[in-house]
Write a protein that binds this ligand. Structure first.
Ligand SMILES: C[S@@+](CC[C@H](N)C(=O)[O-])C[C@H]1O[C@@H](n2cnc3c(N)ncnc32)[C@H](O)[C@@H]1O
Length: 260
């Protein structure tokens, strides 16, 4: 598929009009592979470093009542910021960092973000995890769920792979509800993101997609309801910085089997 086709498709995908899930996956994966060389620099510039504090908060939520021993998954791990933080926060745990854009993982590894011998990287689709049922203690996903062709299918897959009592934490830019946050997302997403993105990465379309993917995503309340439908219990969420980003935590109920 050509790059311009990618862009058109990705634009449709952001509005949830993707012709099919396989095409969505190809378009999103190739876009992240393309922007992988400048992803970290842009992340720091565009978030002014606030994302580091948000990731720390995500791991605080993950640590609460986390089952012992079993591995942890950084889902849609990108350039491994969360995986590196998971390693440091849960020393000695087995950690799997999974993403379908190989170049994102390679960039993160080259930057030395994961060092532990107990951390593994995997190139795979979040909607078809190469994992057995009930094998994980916890899953954290930072800014990944809104990119899935079918986020609800992704939630069910996480639930399947978590052990009973396992914890799933999502850090995400949900569709904003508050007026002030909608205004901020509007200016930031329509102007700042594509402009700075195109200056640094020379890929305006990719950063315009990221903006559209926020607007086209679920609100936090809708996401929480979808998690409950996917089989999670104790679902709770909280906004960060007036809802610019949010955290949502859910637990796989002790007796539940993963939905298929
Ligand atoms: C916005 S980046 C976030 C990366 C990282 N988690 C972070 O916090 O910086 C989204 C990542 O999700 C990955 N992704 C999107 N859809 C995916 C899928 N279906 N399976 C696996 N990875 C996916 C992309 O390749 C990309 O690396």
């Amino acid at each position: 598929m050509s790059s311009s086709n990618d862009v058109a498709l990705v634009a449709a995908v952001a509005e949830r009009k993707a012709p099919n899930q396989a095409a969505h996956a190809v378009a999103v994966r190739s876009m992240f592979d393309r922007i992988s060389p400048t992803y970290d620099l842009l992340n720091r510039l565009l978030s002014l470093g606030i994302d580091r504090a948000w990731r720390r908060k995500a791991l605080e939520l993950l640590a609460r009542d986390l089952p012992a021993d079993a591995p942890l998954l950084d889902l849609c791990a990108g350039t491994l910021d969360l995986a590196g933080a998971v390693e440091a926060r849960f020393v000695g745990r087995r950690v799997l960092a999974l993403d379908f854009a190989r170049d994102m993982l390679v960039a993160g590894r080259a930057a030395g973000k994961v060092r532990s011998a107990t951390t593994r990287l995997a190139v795979a689709d979040a909607m078809r995890l190469p994992l057995a049922d009930d094998c994980l203690a916890g899953v954290v996903c930072g800014f990944g769920m809104r990119n899935l062709a079918d986020p609800r299918a992704g939630m069910r897959e996480v639930c399947r792979a978590l052990a009973p009592g396992g914890v799933f934490v999502t850090l995400e830019f949900f569709k904003p509800v508050r007026l002030v946050t909608r205004a901020f997302h509007g200016v930031y997403g329509d102007v700042v993101l594509p402009t700075v993105g195109s200056l640094v990465s020379r890929d305006r379309a990719a950063y315009a997609y990221l903006s559209r993917s926020m607007k086209g995503f679920l609100t936090r309340a809708e996401y929480e309801a979808a998690l409950a439908e996917a089989g999670f219990a104790q679902v709770e969420g909280r906004d960060l910085l007036f809802g610019i980003a949010s955290l949502v935590r859910g637990v796989k109920p002790p007796a539940a089997r993963g939905a298929t």
